[in-house]
Design a protein around this ligand. Structure first.
Ligand SMILES: CC(C)(COP(=O)(O)OP(=O)(O)OC[C@H]1O[C@@H](n2cnc3c(N)ncnc32)[C@H](O)[C@@H]1OP(=O)(O)O)[C@@H](O)C(=O)NCCC(=O)NCCS
Length: 233
């Protein structure tokens, strides 16, 4: 960020525009790559860009969020409602969403205003990241840390935190915090699996993301093996 500011001070507007466009394209390519890794049905980045509603919703959310953070609330809401009509995904413009966020299938997803989503998270259709309706605090919606997966139809409600590398099973209704590397299921959701072993943790991370050096298997130093795991999710 500091580098960019330095560049902005010294460079002409065209260079700045090219730099910003380059970084946006890089982020978009990163997002398309995340879909490619996680969806075995995805054939190419072009196909994902043109046909995946999760990608369209995310691009439109970045625009809505820009308007929201620049205090243009009406136009932000208008843009997010247009996105909802096109994609079936409702993301409040105030929601904070990290990189490589995959919304598979998309339809019926609702993400509330004070939701925070970390990097490399994945959710399926019908997921609600919402409030319980009882909160009177500023933060009413959940936080998903990095590498969290939420299965189809699950509801994550209230200002709770799902810590990194955890999974919320499809159909669950989650009302409490989830520790890291834990799977929760049921109504109300309870822990059904917790990963404690170091090697299992490495495999669990790799099943959600494979483009990091960290994700190379500590035993076999093989990324491809993890890629095959990732495509099974
Ligand atoms: C939760 C999930 C991510 C698996 O996570 P995991 O950490 O590998 O958990 P496991 O598969 O080892 O399951 C652990 C336990 O939870 C149970 N479980 C898994 N999913 C469950 C669900 N949705 N509801 C209730 N129990 C569930 C398993 O039966 C298992 O119970 P057992 O130990 O008594 O056999 C996966 O089951 C899931 O729900 N994925 C979402 C996928 C999805 O939404 N697909 C839509 C495609 S269109």
């Amino acid at each position: 960020m500091r580098n960019r500011n330095v560049l902005r001070k010294n460079a002409d507007p065209l260079s700045c525009a090219i730099e910003v466009a380059g970084s946006k394209l890089h982020r978009l390519s990163d997002l398309l790559g995340a879909y490619q890794r996680r969806d075995p049905a995805a054939r190419s980045k072009l196909e994902i860009l043109l046909l995946y509603p999760g990608v369209h919703a995310m691009i439109m959310h970045r625009v809505s969020n820009w308007f929201w953070t620049h205090h243009m609330h009406f136009i932000a809401r208008l843009n997010s409602q247009i996105a909802r009509h096109i994609t079936g995904i409702e993301i409040h413009p105030g929601a904070t969403i990290g990189r490589r966020f995959v919304m598979d299938h998309g339809m019926g997803i609702v993400i509330g205003e004070t939701t925070v989503v970390g990097d490399d998270c994945m959710i399926y259709h019908g997921v609600t990241l919402g409030g319980t309706g009882k909160e009177r605090t500023a933060k009413r919606h959940p936080t998903l840390e990095d590498h969290v997966l939420v299965g189809c139809g699950a509801s994550v409600l209230g200002p709770i935190t799902v810590h990194s590398h955890s999974r919320v099973a499809s159909g669950a209704v989650l009302l409490h915090d989830v520790p890291e590397y834990t799977t929760v299921a049921g109504i109300p959701a309870k822990p059904v699996r917790s990963v404690k072993d170091k090697h299992q943790k490495a495999a669990s991370s790799a099943s959600l993301r494979v483009d990091d050096e960290d994700d190379i298997c500590p035993d076999c130093h093989d990324k491809k093996r993890h890629l095959s795991r990732a495509t099974h999710l």
